[in-house]
Design a binder for this molecule. Sequence first.
Ligand code: ADP
Length: 260
Amino acid sequence: MMLLEINDVRFAYHSSDVLKGITFSASGGEVVGILGKNGCGKTTLMKCINAHLSPHGGCVVLDGDVVSTVSRKELAKKMAMVAQSSSVSFSFTVLDAVLMGLYPNSEWMGSPSDSDMERVSEAMKATGVFGFADRPVTELSGGERQRVMITRALVQDPKVLLLDEPTLHLDINHQFGLMELVRSLVAEKGILVILVTHEIGLAARYCDRILLVDDGEIAGSGTAEEVVTAENLERVFGIRTDVHYDERIGGLAVTVIGKS
Ligand code: ADP
């Protein structure tokens, strides 16, 4: 079973600490949601996990290897990240952009095999981008482009999928569609998904575990029932909420009353 360990990770861009000792571990078959207000260090943490940034203290260990010592090529076989601003700036078609997921570290290798193409079209159908495979990525809406970037990461066939605000540009229907897709990937392939989101209700519904990050530290960790509480939301976000079990959802509903 694949295991990801984040051990006392610390990071600073300049003098002030952004991550002040983050520790948690997660394994295949889980969806972990990271919640926290703007600037608390969520994206920085994701970048430390995928070795885009090297922690100044502590380490991230995937299956026994410290990720910052693994070559990018080897790491890309295990981990894929869809960053908040991931985009393709050249006028590739959607299909070409997705095909790049097959070769995350190398130049275009010629024609993909039949089984590669099958994997690509399967992923494109799953995320609903198959219908516009021939359109230039630069001409898509934000939400469509987001789904293309997620498809590209899926094609990479990672064991760990990191998603930084994956539902940001998506309409409510596609938000649910994306989270259902994440759950089915985790169920079918046993991968680990770590996602950053501001959608508290969506996280409560679809994540097995939630980490609440506050000012570079973990302020809460556990199931939605344990972490998404009115007390925690007030403490971390400064909002008054009513959090209650809703049997129509089969889980928590969060009603925001106002700022505290
Ligand atoms: P979040 O994702 O939770 O909104 P970030 O991890 O992006 O937060 O940022 C955490 C803090 O680090 C913020 O105060 C932000 O301004 C700062 N920061 C982020 N990126 C940089 C950078 N490249 N250089 C300097 N400071 C940065």
